[in-house]
Design a protein. Sequence first.
Length: 508
Amino acid sequence: MGENRFLSFFVALISISLIAQTKSLPRSTPEQEGVSSESIVNLIDAFEKKIEFVHSYMIVKNGKVISEGWWDPYGPNIPHELWSLSKSFTSTAIGFAVEEGLIQIHDFVKDYFPEKSPENPTWQLKQLRVKDLLTMSTGHTSEPRLGQSSDDWVKHFLESELKLRPGTYFMYNTPATYMLSAIIQRVTGEKLVDYLYPRLFEPLGIDRPKWEMDPNGINTGGWGLHLTTEDIAKFGLFYIQEGKWNGNQLLSSKWIKMATSKQVSNGSDPDSDWSQGYGFQFWRSRFNTYRGDGAMGQFCLIIPEYNTVVAITSGTDNMGGITEIVWDKLLPKMNSSEMIFNHEWIDILRKKSASLKLKPVDGKMSKDLAKKFFNKKIKIAKNKEGVEFIFFKSKKNEVEIKVNGKIETIPFGFGKYIKSELKGHLPFTSSNHKIVPKSSLRYSKNKKIAVSGAWITENEFQLRIYQYETPSRLDYIFNFKNGKLKWDCKKSNALGSGNQIESIKSIL
């Protein structure tokens, strides 16, 4: 164990010396790297027509960024919640730990946590190995529901029912990835994010990221990592280069190939990107590609044949639509050699990618309607959200809300988004009306909002709110009728809280 600790420390020191010369990837033009600018314009057009909504994209070919874009209010320097794309980073940490001799993939999981394992473990738990966590073939037939009955997520996982023989049946299992994170912390004494920093993030020029934790300070592993679009692209480039960065082999190509190869079957549909096999927290995809992905459309698509990475962040329930567009619009137009420049399309792409924005509320600003309904404090009937009153200020384009005894001021733009940061949380942003704990990373991320507002009818005012470090969007519709207010909220891409419409009303 002492030798392993020394090796870990030695590797960390080496990796610090391998920091990228620059934090940004080199840039090139599509045609120089064998892609037509026209095909990328068509890609963007298809995203805007068919997907609700892509937040960013970056295409890297031959190690160079050939096109990139962010739909305002999202931006290049804003970390985005990755959801399950986090899993591929957790798998990478296991690869480093295996190469440092800290872990073997055929180790039994319970042996890492003897004090938390059941006194009389089942035969299935006795057979559960690290590899089964990596391949999501743990033997579960339903995911353990972490955090619902105990703050000790490791103990809860080890006590959960395994009905099948581990290693024989694929079932998507986020708690399995959490257990990989817990193992990393157990054998290294470091959180997953801290362990990865000198080995992966720092050498790739990625600023120290934030990663959600469980109540005991263990990174969640299967979700909760926040990175910029370029950070995602760098990660994909690291994999397409088989673990090399700036000429230095940070992680062995043997591990990279094993992690991204089909380890288990997950279906037989030849037309589905979710049925091509599963590796170590990586999905195999059609056209001999592979990827990490996360809920609501977070992607790191890796296309080895053309030495290409496509990084995408989104807020959509149509993830398959995104991959379909990439395969349809981009993949057939790729070449391995330089193409003839088309300056007209290069200019069209440059202008288009620089002016992307999500649609603000489609409506009007009306002084007459504002005079009729705004500038008065409206008391709200007792409600689960803790809203006490709302006050629309027409001169400042602000909405003031008192929530649980605290006043929040929300500025909004007409025809554009205005960014601000909340003191606490907005109504309707808590899961099942249970406020996310203040210790949670998500709590702080939900404070950052970008808001657009307008009158959409003669008695309805709408606010559209993006929590712009996440995929989530809220649409507040305020209906003023007969001297009363009805406040409806539709949540989009708020995993775990549903997308149903909820309402509260003013006091009569």
